[in-house]
Design a binder for this molecule. Structure first.
Ligand code: TYD
Ligand code: MG
Length: 447
């Protein structure tokens, strides 16, 4: 037997190395930052890589396999890449096991579902509830990573699912499952396994409340793709979002609804996000936004009220706070609105995060609507970026936004004049109202 390699403890804050565990790093003085690590073995010089012309490098097989769940494929960039490691992170109970079990049943078999948290009977109960095809799925309730990898090698599945990374452990480290050292080393081993065998690996990672220390965050730079599964307690829809993707864009989102029989894909999220929109209520506006390549109509709400404190309150959920501050400043300076002594609350309905400036005009409209207590007509929607001098600037994907709005039955579009001019008369069954600045936009929206 080879002599076991020596383990060291490294400070996660400053990188200080120590031969034994310490509660406090002697170098930087931080507490609880030392995590166990395997000392890299000395390499023989023959094991080093040699430089090679890029043109001579073989492309990795790198094909993609469809998970046969359209929304999951979309977020992955068109299916999962062979030999890649995908981390699926999210709060406990959000639906990570559910989505992966559903994917495992649809992918070409066999798929290996390793449950390090639940018994085989519990997985069976979930599968029954989901009424999925159990044919392709092989379950392995196991927490030893070495054993998991040995079984995976002999089965050679089309995908390996490890649920969860916080409950498996590798023999090479002495720390408990879930410790930073264990979580990281286990993920690194899975990564090496995926790269050498070509088997795609999905890893479940719980986002832990007490800081992110042993959660998905420590893995983000190790794995190829990081997806977060988000949603709100009490609401049934879930959003799958890529925050890192070596093989695709990070703009795409997948939308699901949690039903009695598992996660249903939502192919038309605009309808879902506008379903409960109040009609003829001030402060509510429909914004035509883009999430990656997909247009998405969402409701934006503003509440503007007189401040009861000396310092007025500003809060914004789902839209960048700095951006909102800028828009409010433009409204004050250019449109002459008095917002200094008001509290302003903004919210994107459904817990979505809108990150593009194209929603500026909708923010403006919602704030003005609430301030003046004048509703925006229910069949009207808007998009457009606002500049510092109050000009409304053209945005990209105008036609996709208009088509989506038309599809769900909206009638009137308040859009940047620059975008309207480029349409050359095309209207997609909508009344198109082009505006050049904030003044014109407000007149059009509230006339
Ligand atoms: P789960 O996938 O176990 O969450 P995670 O693995 O992220 O911890 O999902 C748990 C929740 O989903 C649980 O509260 C019950 C609910 N659920 C449904 O509503 N319908 C279903 O068909 C299933 C399987 C779960
Ligand atoms: Mg689970």
């Amino acid at each position: 037997m080879a002599k076991p390699e020596r383990n060291v403890y490294r400070c996660q804050a400053c990188g200080h190395k120590s031969p034994k565990w310490l509660g406090r790093c002697p170098e930087c003085g931080e507490w609880n930052t030392l995590a166990e690590e395997k000392e890299a073995p000395k390499r023989a010089s023959a094991a080093f890589s040699v430089p090679e012309p890029l043109s001579k490098v073989h492309s990795a097989a790198g094909g993609r396999v469809s998970t046969r769940m359209g929304e999951l494929d979309r977020v992955l960039g068109g299916g999962v890449v062979m030999g890649s490691v995908v981390l699926v992170g999210g709060d406990p109970g959000i639906g990570k096991s559910t989505i992966l079990l559903q994917a495992a049943s649809r992918m070409p078999g066999p798929t290996l579902y390793v449950s390090a948290e639940e018994s085989a009977e519990q997985i069976k109960a979930r599968a029954d509830r989901l009424r999925i095809d159990e044919g392709p799925i092989v379950v392995l309730p196991e927490i030893s990573l070495e054993h998991i990898l040995a079984e995976t090698r002999s089965l050679n599945p089309s995908a390996l699912i490890v649920d969860s990374i916080q409950t498996v452990y590798t023999d090479e480290l002495s720390g408990a499952p879930g410790s930073v050292g264990q979580v990281r080393e286990s993920a690194a081993k899975l990564m090496r396994f995926a790269k050498t065998t070509g088997v795609p690996v999905f890893i479940v990672g719980h986002v832990t409340k007490e800081g992110m220390i042993a959660g998905p965050r420590v893995l983000e730079h190790i794995v190829d793709t990081v997806l977060y599964f988000e949603g709100h307690r009490g609401q049934t829809f879930r959003i799958l979002r890529a925050v890192k993707n070596r093989f695709g864009s990070t703009n795409e989102i997948g939308v699901f609804e949690m039903t009695d029989a598992g996660l249903a894909e939502v192919e038309n999220p605009s309808e879902l996000f506008l379903a409960e929109r109040p009609v003829n209520v001030s402060g509510s506006v429909v914004a035509a936004s883009m999430e990656g390549t997909r247009p998405l109509l969402v409701e934006l709400q503003a509440l503007v009220s007189a401040s009861t404190y000396s310092v007025s309150r500003r809060s914004s959920l789902g839209i960048d706070f700095q951006r909102v501050g800028m828009i409010l400043a433009v409204l004050e300076k250019v449109a002459g609105l008095h917002l200094a002594a008001t509290d302003v609350f903004l919210n994107v309905v459904g817990g979505l995060k809108l990150e593009e400036p194209a929603v500026d005009l909708a923010v403006c409209a919602a704030v003005v609507s609430s301030l003046r207590e004048k509703p925006v007509p229910p069949e009207m929607f808007t998009f457009g970026e606002i500049g510092l001098s109050g000009e409304v600037r053209a945005v990209n994907h105008a036609e996709a936004r208009l088509k989506e709005a038309s599809k769900i039955g909206l009638k009137r579009a308040v859009i940047p004049r620059g975008n309207r001019d480029k349409l050359k008369g095309k209207a997609y069954g909508l009344e198109i109202l082009g505006v050049k600045d904030v003044h014109e936009a407000m007149e059009t929206l509230f006339s």
